[in-house]
Design a protein around this ligand. Structure first.
Ligand SMILES: NC(=O)C1=CN([C@@H]2O[C@H](COP(=O)(O)OP(=O)(O)OC[C@H]3O[C@@H](n4cnc5c(N)ncnc54)[C@H](OP(=O)(O)O)[C@@H]3O)[C@@H](O)[C@H]2O)C=CC1
Ligand SMILES: O=C(O)C1=N[C@H](C(=O)O)C[C@H](O)C1
Length: 242
């Protein structure tokens, strides 16, 4: 059985993953949190999953590289520097990074890219997400990933067209931009809606997470797949064949 090491094991996602281990045919190699030892976990695991915090990413990647253990990174709130660190680690080990491990959101990304490619720039794109009151990063990793899919569909880069959380006298919308709005409240697991708005009509593509187990099952599916892969950087689409 595949032994899974979990970074962020005591958190909401860590606990949800532990609940799914048996059904996935995996066992817990060990876990660590803010005061844990990522190196010893990496040494005893066949594959690692990281659902912790961006500030821990560098040390988690270093531990995974030193032990030559593949790692699934689900932590969100990552910056360009974090992505560079991931690219660097992927030269030595298999790394899968995704803002969302669910099947539904992985497929949604493909649909969004396709819709953006087929609809002209006169269709405004806005992305709305809602999460529970404890979430610390915004926009969500999923929203950013969906924005990147839309930008790809339009053969542009998200960073060139991104508009975050409007407030005040911001002026009329600039054609071709992709806007983000984040809502926080209660126990919402994770809702995402991509709105394509034109004169007189709107197309809405979305996903609602009703249970955190969807992310846990996806993370374990990714981990079991990644355990057998050569060094490189992978996506959920590679796991699911989408
Ligand atoms: N990709 C996906 O599909 C999904 C991604 N996520 C993302 O996963 C991450 C975790 O979410 P969630 O479980 O809800 O968050 P929680 O706050 O419930 O858990 C975070 C865990 O990470 C640990 N942690 C915090 N800081 C560090 C650190 N510096 N080093 C090591 N461990 C640390 C915490 O430990 P301690 O208690 O000791 O501080 C805690 O156990 C978030 O970034 C979230 O957005 C969430 C759901 C799905
Ligand atoms: O923090 C969460 O809970 C979630 N985070 C991920 C994100 O930032 O997109 C995925 C999911 O929506 C739940």
């Amino acid at each position: 059985m595949t032994a899974i090491g979990i970074y962020g094991s005591a958190g909401r996602m860590g606990r949800a993953i532990i609940d799914q281990l048996e059904d996935a045919g995996a066992v817990l190699a060990g876990g660590s949190d803010a005061r844990g030892d990522p190196t010893s976990v990496a040494r005893v695991a066949d594959v690692l999953v990281d659902f912790s915090a961006p500030s821990a990413l560098e040390s988690h990647l270093a531990a995974a590289r030193a032990a030559r253990t593949p790692i699934v990174i689900g932590t969100t709130g990552l910056t360009a520097i974090h992505h560079e660190l991931i690219d660097l680690a992927a030269k030595d080990i298999a790394v899968l990074q995704t803002g969302n491990t669910s099947l539904g959101v992985t497929l949604l990304g493909i649909l969004v890219q396709e819709a953006a490619a087929r609809l002209g720039a006169e269709w405004d794109i806005e992305i709305v997400e809602m999460h529970h009151r404890h979430k610390v990063d915004a926009p969500s990793g999923t929203a950013i990933q969906l924005g990147e899919a839309a930008a790809r569909g339009r053969s542009t880069k998200l960073k060139e067209v991104r508009v975050d959380g409007r407030a005040g006298l911001v002026g009329a919308r600039t054609e071709g931009t992709i806007g983000f709005a984040s809502l926080r409240g209660g126990s919402v697991i994770g809702d995402h809606q991509v709105i394509f708005a034109s004169e007189g009509e709107r197309l809405e593509l979305g996903h609602r997470g009703d249970d955190r187990s969807i992310f846990a099952k996806g993370a374990l599916r990714a981990a079991l797949w990644l355990a057998g892969q050569a060094p490189g950087r992978y996506k959920m689409g590679d796991v699911l064949g989408l």
